[in-house]
Design a protein around this ligand. Structure first.
Ligand code: FES
Length: 172
C-alpha cells in the first residue's frame, strides 16, 4: 500500500515536471513573437512638423502650437535656462500638450513659476522638469513633445513621450 502511494506521488511529480517542461518550451518559442508584436504596436510614425523659428520666441512667453495634429493643442516655450528635454543653442526650448492628463481641460501657463495649471481640478505641471506633475488629480506627467532644431533655427516636433489625453494612440 505504502509502496503504491509512493509510485502515485512519483507519477504526479513526473507529470508535473513534463507539463512545466512543455510549458517552458512553448513559452520559449512563443515569447519572441509576442515581443515582436508588442514592439510593432508600440512603434508610431510621428510626423515632423515645423512649429516656429528660434527667432520667433521670447524668453518665458508661451506660443500656442498644435502637435501631432490640429486637434492636439500645445505650447512652445523658451525658458531661459537649460532644462530637461530642452533644445536650441541654450537648451531651453520645450513644448508640451496643454490638455490636462486628468480629464482633458485646457491648461494655462504661469510665467512666474513656469508651470502649466489646470482650471478643472487644479493639477500643476513643471515645465522645467519635463512636465512632471507637482500637484493634483492627474495620474501621469504632462506629454512633452520631442523637438529638433535645424541649422536655420527652425524648430520641429517629432514625437511625444506620454499618451495625449483622450487618445488611444498619439497619432490618429
Ligand atoms: Fe485637470 Fe482634472 S482636468 S485636474
Amino acid at each position: 500500500m505504502k509502496c503504491k502511494r509512493l509510485v502515485d506521488v512519483g507519477r504526479r511529480q513526473f507529470l508535473r515536471g513534463s507539463i512545466v517542461g512543455a510549458t517552458g518550451a512553448a513559452a520559449a518559442t512563443v515569447l519572441p513573437a509576442k515581443q515582436a508584436q508588442a514592439r510593432s504596436l508600440a512603434r508610431i510614425d510621428y510626423p515632423s512638423n515645423r512649429l516656429a523659428n528660434i527667432a520667433d520666441l521670447a524668453v518665458n512667453e508661451p506660443m500656442d502650437i498644435a502637435y501631432p495634429d490640429p486637434d492636439s493643442p500645445g505650447v512652445l516655450l523658451k525658458l531661459g535656462q537649460p532644462v530637461e528635454g530642452g533644445v536650441g543653442p541654450d537648451g531651453d526650448i520645450v513644448a508640451f500638450s496643454v490638455l490636462c492628463p486628468h480629464k482633458g481641460w485646457p491648461m494655462t501657463y504661469n510665467a512666474e513659476d513656469k508651470t502649466l495649471n489646470c482650471p478643472g481640478h487644479h493639477s500643476r505641471f513643471d515645465c522645467e522638469a519635463g512636465g512632471q506633475q507637482i500637484w493634483g488629480h492627474a495620474t501621469q506627467n504632462l506629454p512633452q513633445f520631442l523637438l529638433r532644431v535645424d541649422d536655420k533655427g527652425d524648430i520641429y516636433a517629432e514625437g511625444v513621450d506620454e499618451l495625449i489625453y483622450g487618445r488611444l494612440s498619439n497619432v490618429l
